[in-house]
Design a protein around this ligand. Structure first.
Ligand SMILES: [Zn+2]
Length: 233
């Protein structure tokens, strides 16, 4: 293998490593974003439950106040019945009001109990989801730290590949480099071996002149079909 081909293969290898590192970086960034989104979703679910508990607590307080109001009304009616000098008609009317308000208060008390039960269940669930969220946060923090250090590691490796790549590129004649770069924009493997008379890039059979020229290693030989740079191992 000629020295030029050797250097081209070295460059190709650096490009492959660079591509793998870039892919890895993208994957890591996506993974980080995914776990961030998952945590944000969990957080908003907990906030929603917290709001639900607050609303139930507010409704429950309101219902208890309503019960107290109606209770006061009943007491007032009863007081007028017990103390006032009133007509029979008024007495009947007050008794009807008391009976009516007592029915209302029973219903309201049932509602108040129902609301308190709902609130207890919601509070217990909130405690549970808050505990889960704490666990998720701990898990997120350690995964996030791990991913961040992997990202950093990949970036450092990438930077050193870039430097190695630049150093290799500096040693190439401009025309050869531009030929390689042109091919590299189309293929991951611009430099390929001739295997059993075939270009191992496009898999087409090469003519004997091309194979012979590659064997002599006096010049850069390309595939007549895909233009990849060829060499014989
Ligand atoms: Zn080819």
């Amino acid at each position: 293998m000629s020295e030029e081909i050797g250097k081209l293969l070295e460059l190709q290898e650096k490009d492959r490593e660079r591509y793998d590192l870039l892919t890895r970086l993208e994957q890591l960034k996506e993974e980080h974003l995914r776990i961030e989104q998952k945590l944000a979703e969990e957080q908003s679910a907990v906030e929603e439950r917290c709001q639900q508990v607050k609303q139930l607590s507010h409704d429950s307080r309101g219902k208890n106040l309503e019960v107290d109001d109606v209770d006061t009304q009943i007491r007032n009616y009863q007081k007028r019945l017990d103390e006032g000098i009133i007509s029979f008609k008024e007495m009947e009317a007050l008794q009807a009001k008391i009976a009516n308000q007592r029915n209302r208060i029973d219903e309201m008390e049932d509602n108040a109990i129902e609301l308190m039960d709902m609130m207890e269940i919601a509070e217990a669930k909130l405690v549970e989801v808050e505990r889960d969220l704490d666990e998720q946060k701990r898990c997120f923090a350690s995964r996030s730290a791990r991913i961040s250090s992997q990202i950093l590691e990949a970036k450092e490796k990438l930077e050193s590949r870039e430097q190695e790549r630049a150093a290799i590129k500096d040693r190439f004649p401009a025309h050869l480099l531009s030929h390689y770069e042109g091919l590299h924009s189309q293929f991951d493997d611009p430099v390929v071996a001739i295997v059993n008379g075939l270009c191992s890039g496009c898999k087409l059979k090469l003519n004997s002149t091309t194979i012979e020229r590659a064997r002599t290693e006096t010049e850069i030989v390309t595939c007549q079909n895909c233009s990849r740079i060829l060499y014989i191992t």
